[in-house]
Design a protein around this ligand. Structure first.
Ligand SMILES: C[S@@+](CC[C@H](N)C(=O)[O-])C[C@H]1O[C@@H](n2cnc3c(N)ncnc32)[C@H](O)[C@@H]1O
Length: 100
């Protein structure tokens, strides 16, 4: 399904203990709406696990690759409003564990 436009009410909710989002957040246009939708379907105590490239970390000069990272604004949007946020860095990537 398209998580930003399809009807998420067809999914059981709040039912998902773990939602993973690897190399996807960068491609979501309306990130605020996306995060609202994820929060609705996460079970109490559930976790959103996001893996994403961070802007400015890649040393390659190819401009197309430079655009794969998320901006500080995207990071703020991603990490605001959760009761707990933990991160781990992996080279150009960062992993986020986010609890409602
Ligand atoms: C770079 S691929 C990553 C695929 C996979 N998660 C991985 O880590 O190998 C980006 C993925 O984001 C998905 N995607 C982008 N926008 C989406 C949306 N609005 N709803 C659902 N999936 C989306 C695409 O279908 C694509 O599979």
């Amino acid at each position: 399904m398209d998580i930003t436009t399809d009807d998420v009410t067809v999914l059981a909710y709040p039912a998902y203990a773990l939602i993973t989002c690897r190399l996807v957040y960068r491609w979501i246009d309306d990130k605020a709406a996306f995060l609202d939708r994820i929060r609705r379907i996460l079970a109490p105590g559930g976790v959103l696990w996001v893996v994403t490239e961070i802007a400015g970390r890649r040393t390659a000069t190819n401009p197309a690759l430079q655009k794969l990272g998320i901006s500080p604004l995207d990071i703020e949007l991603l990490t605001t409003g959760w009761s707990c946020v933990r991160t781990a860095d992996l080279d150009v990537l960062r992993c986020y564990a986010l609890w409602p």
